[in-house]
Design a protein around this ligand. Structure first.
Ligand SMILES: NC(=O)c1ccc[n+]([C@@H]2O[C@H](COP(=O)([O-])OP(=O)(O)OC[C@H]3O[C@@H](n4cnc5c(N)ncnc54)[C@H](O)[C@@H]3O)[C@@H](O)[C@H]2O)c1
Length: 254
């Protein structure tokens, strides 16, 4: 119960890796606020946890929209109390017939949307929650980068995805420097291929090709990313900040 009495906000917590992160924090005694675009799944998940006696609250928001985020923050903090731990997990990786758009055919609106969700979303909640963390002299922030932020992933992702995941690394290092003196740690995780709906947006052949060159010879599980996330925000990692940790089965070793 390393997170007993902590309040955690997980963006993109309705499904995939985010839902596994919610499950892990609930198991460790935290109260969890789920923020997601997908209202039905989020409400259902929060209701399931509440039925088992846990403090979980869902707020619908598009993380790319600052006003939406502000509303979600107010809702979650009035239900659960001030947020101690922020997990910037929401992210998208658009494909067309299972393939990422090459730059010369990318719709500028798609570029803007990916920047909005993957990068501005992390800014929005960090902007909203760090004032309270500074005042309380405690905070933990983990953002979801990707090995795509550090290496070329060919036909698996497009340039907007790689660019935003790389930007999150700079964002993480900057915030770690800025917020460290206030008792706040800021880290990023760089997952490889993790078995969620997002990886099924490309062909099995593309995913199998990754497995073939992954030393552990399999896709990762969402729970394995959640384990790392919980560690990075636990007292065991109190002196770890500004780091980008791969959870990729040895793929690329970036
Ligand atoms: N699955 C992988 O292999 C992998 C690898 C590296 C990094 N990641 C990153 O991990 C994170 C989670 O990925 P996943 O595989 O669980 O994806 P997923 O598509 O399974 O889940 C993403 C969740 O984010 C929510 N979401 C999407 N856009 C949103 C928005 N604008 N506002 C609020 N919520 C929104 C979705 O509704 C969904 O619940 C993403 O940032 C992704 O880029 C995933």
């Amino acid at each position: 119960m390393r997170h007993a009495d902590r309040v955690v906000l997980v963006t993109g917590g309705s499904g995939g890796i985010g839902a596994a992160i919610v499950e892990r924090y609930v198991a460790e005694g935290a109260s969890v606020g789920i923020v997601d675009f997908n209202g039905d799944a989020g409400e259902r998940l929060a209701a399931e946890w509440r039925a088992k006696g846990h403090r979980v609250h869902f707020a619908a928001a598009d993380v790319a929209d600052y006003t939406n985020c502000e509303q979600a923050q107010r809702e979650i903090e009035s239900a659960l109390g001030p947020v101690d731990i922020l997990i910037n997990n929401a992210g998208i990786s658009p494909k067309h017939d299972g393939k990422p758009a090459p730059i010369h055919r990318m719709d500028p609106a798609e570029w803007q949307r990916v920047v909005g969700v993957n990068l501005t979303g992390a800014f929005n909640f960090s902007r909203l929650l760090t004032g309270g963390m500074i005042a309380r002299r405690y905070g933990r922030i983990v953002s979801m980068s990707s090995v795509a932020g550090k290496a070329y992933l060919g036909d698996i992702v497009a340039c907007h995805y790689s660019a935003t995941k790389a930007a999150l690394i700079g964002f993480t290092r900057h915030l770690a420097g800025e917020l460290g003196p206030h008792g706040i740690t800021v880290n990023a995780m760089a997952p490889g291929r993790i078995a969620t709906p997002l990886v099924r947006t490309v062909s099995d052949a593309a995913n199998n090709a990754v497995v073939d060159v992954t030393p552990l010879r399999r896709l990762g599980e969402p729970s394995e990313v959640a384990d790392l996330c919980c560690y990075l925000t636990s007292p065991d990692a109190a002196f770890v900040t500004g780091q980008v940790v791969d959870v990729a089965g040895g793929w690329l070793m970036t």
